[in-house]
Design a protein. Structure first.
Ligand SMILES: Nc1ncnc2c1ncn2[C@@H]1O[C@H](COP(=O)(O)OP(=O)(O)OP(=O)(O)O)[C@@H](O)[C@H]1O
Ligand SMILES: [Mg+2]
Length: 337
């Protein structure tokens, strides 16, 4: 509005002034009361009179847009997080036991995505979730980091309700590899450490080495200092995945949460990733979502989700013997392979 009104009206004023001077002045010149030279000088005076005013108007416009931006910034800073931190958090040294007790959860009112979900994971165990698209697997992973609050039931970590644990402490213990990996503008190094000063170059390189990411990083012209663009358009899907493993490992989480991407990865990268995953999971409570059943056969427990409910659970062998949904999925993938 300011832009649309202020500057043009100043401009209009200057044009009007010019019109009056030229109109009145030329009449006077014709009458012979004013010389042509005087008129010319006046025209110049008028334009130099309005120049600074015009400039001022421009500065005013810039000021207005800065104020508008500042308002947006402050409204974000003032945003209250939806998930409230407990007033007196229970101090816990998170060991990695996770328990869901009759959890009901909906993103939107009453449209339950998870219905009466219960399970228990002991520290160091590896649990895998399988199920069709939209079954609620990623939602379960989001709940463990308390990115949403549940409507009914309880989620306990080491026996403490997550509503009573300090949010930062909770999320610090969780290493999350998401379905779509986000790469930040900067360099490879910064994408592993997330620019955390506490993580040394040595630790970055070690993390990358453990998950086999160093082989492709070292091939790049600048190695760990290689610049990458937002979303990582210069990296392949498999490389982005390995980079995100290194990032997760650098933070030494107690609980590992993995959401497998369905992206097609060549068999060579897939074996690199599988190997990297095994190293990543060592000694950590791991919860993963897998689409390729081949990657989860060694999980301690496999939970089959169907439309927000737990349909089957057990080890790979047990589920095959049961002959239910898991067996069907497995046979399907076997045929595909
Ligand atoms: N942020 C959100 N807001 C509202 N609804 C959501 C949100 N995220 C997911 N949903 C809905 O919740 C349901 C479960 O989604 P979820 O992402 O947990 O599925 P999923 O089992 O991980 O599927 P996929 O195998 O495709 O990753 C879906 O019906 C989805 O539409
Ligand atoms: Mg998902």
């Amino acid at each position: 509005m300011t832009f649309a009104i202020f500057r043009p009206s100043i401009y209009m004023l200057s044009v009007f002034a010019m019109v009056i001077v030229i109109g009145q002045g030329s009449a006077s010149v014709l009458e012979g009361t004013v010389s042509l030279g005087t008129l010319f000088v006046f025209i110049n005076y008028i334009s130099s009179f309005f120049e600074p005013i015009q400039e001022l108007a421009e500065q005013f416009g810039t000021l207005q847009s800065s104020l508008a931006s500042a308002e947006k910034i402050f409204s974000i800073l003032d945003e209250e997080p939806e998930i409230a931190n407990p007033e007196n958090p229970v101090p816990v040294e998170i060991k990695g036991k996770i328990e869901f007790r009759h959890v009901w959860f909906a993103y939107e009112k009453d449209d339950y995505i998870l219905k009466d979900v219960s399970f228990c994971i002991e520290p160091g165990e590896k649990i895998a979730f399988v199920g069709a698209t939209g079954a609620g697997k990623s939602s379960i992973l989001n709940l463990i980091g308390r990115y949403y609050d549940i409507q009914r039931g309880e989620i306990l970590i080491d026996g403490v309700n997550i509503r009573e644990i300090d949010k930062d402490a909770l999320r610090h213990a969780i290493g999350q590899v998401q379905q779509d990996v986000f790469i930040f503008t900067g360099d490879v190094k910064g994408n592993i450490s997330l620019n955390n000063e506490d993580i040394t170059q040595e630790e970055i390189e070690r993390a990358a080495h453990i998950v086999n990411a160093d082989s492709f990083i070292n091939k790049m012209p600048k190695g760990f200092d290689e610049p990458v663009t937002e979303r990582g358009s210069t990296l392949s899907a498999g490389q982005r995945q390995l980079l995100s493993f290194a990032r997760t490992l650098a933070y030494q989480p107690t609980i590992l949460v993995l959401d497998e991407a369905t992206a097609n990865i060549d068999t060579e990268t897939e074996s690199l990733i599988t190997e990297a995953l095994e190293k990543l999971m060592e000694g950590r409570t791991t919860i993963m979502v897998a689409h390729r059943l081949s990657t989860i056969q060694h999980a301690d427990k496999i939970i089959v989700m169907h439309k927000g409910e737990i349909r089957e659970s057990g080890s790979h062998q047990e589920l095959l013997q049961l002959g239910g949904m898991y067996k069907k999925l497995y046979d399907l993938q076997l045929v595909e392979a």
